[in-house]
Design a protein around this ligand. Sequence first.
Ligand code: ADP
Ligand code: F6P
Length: 479
Amino acid sequence: MTTAPSDPEAARPNQLVVVANRLPIEYADDSTGATWRRAPGGLVSALEPALAGRPATWIGWSGRASAESEPPLPEEIDGLGIVGVPLTDGQIEQFYEGFSNGALWPLYHDAVVTPSYHRPEYMAYREVNALFAAKAAELAPVGSTVWVHDYQLQLVPKMLRDARPDLRIGFFLHIPFPPVELFAQLPWRRQILEGLLGADLVGFQTHDGALNFLAATRRLMALDPGGDRVNVPDEDGYRSVRVGAFPIGIDATSFDAMARNTAIQARAEEIRAEMGGFRLLFLGVDRLDYTKGIDVRLRAFSEGLAEGLLDPSDVTMLQVAVPSRENVDDYQHIRDDIELLVGRINGDLGRVGDPAIHYLHQSVTREELVAMYLAADVLLVTPLRDGMNLVAKEYVASRVQESGAVVLSEFTGAAQQLTDAFIVNPYDIEGLKRTLAAVAASPPEELSRRMVALRTNVFEDDVDRWVRTFLATLEGHVP
Ligand code: ADP
Ligand code: F6P
């Protein structure tokens, strides 16, 4: 059945409709006061600034149960229309914590923890995807472009096409798409593939992701992909779906500008002074997630200290672990594991007033984050698997003095672009330890040469280019 937009005034074809699980804002009632503020996470950080100035509406969930009391959502922020999809406690538990983050998230990250598949959770996933699709079908102007995001909403493209065949539909997956041998585990693999193939363009962070998806359509749906297209049978014969890699970038100029702000520079100095006397500060910043390899880097750093590869009077480390998905069991376990490890390392290697590892389990403001990027000599990014990793790019954009170094896991999307980082295998603790020692001993000119190259990449392939390339491909401006 097709649905017409309820508001005829909505017939503005150049209006972009973004559909993502989270709105770019969340309601927070904490020590900083009760307010709507920017939501954490790569998707929001990347997309929200890139939409500034273009007519767009963002459909998403506020991050809280619909029963909770909170002030109504603002109708727009800086010209960006905001439309909420309310979710009940049960939907949050089954769709978000359950199927999205207990099944799809680990499966798509190489099953680094075991995914759990539960039928009622898939039912809730389908039900919530239908809510998002219905809202987009209701609001999208005739003939307009709808851009659907990420693994929480993979059924939306087909649902939306069934309701509104007049729309141009793009889908972008912010996390990896796994090899078909892993994806084939999923009891609802066919429904997910059919859902995604409802789009006109399906985008991935890397070529490997796109190839894995095309291989899955061949192996599991008996389709015959060729080049960057796969033809999908429909009532008119077939529809051609385009598939490609669109590595996401960041708003590099805004990080650069913040890093030149004198108050933020002063805060960076203060952070270093507060942490005591040392030459090199190693930094990790991640959502507290088992995919991020936080334990791996803590172990490599502490073994480096214990074995004398790193000098404790020369180096120190700050790990910021941003609270994330705290109702999901595996996230509770990873928190316990990391905090036990930090305690052990500091017990063994720290001194009074001088821990080997400074650890924060909290959200930090964007200004504080940039001050940390400025304060740190070495950024450690060691995920076991990561779609892109924007923190690595943000650090580079903030290094306005062209100093500093990035140690980067080869299993991140970012490693395909940031080839002048120190690329490591996060499963190889010996190799990682040696790399940390090598970075600590590298001459500043060598680090600066690498940083200049990294900055060129991050500024050229920024988020604005990503949005323009994806939308131009979707709208047919690019051959
Ligand atoms: P993921 O998408 O898995 O969380 P990324 O490294 O790609 O990982 O993206 C994390 C994003 O979250 C970065 O853009 C980072 O700046 C942002 N971020 C980190 N800490 C906070 C915070 N406390 N509040 C808001 N955004 C944050
Ligand atoms: O980038 C991957 C992603 O899952 C986004 O979809 C999401 O907004 C972000 O990480 C943070 O996760 P969550 O929305 O579950 O807090």
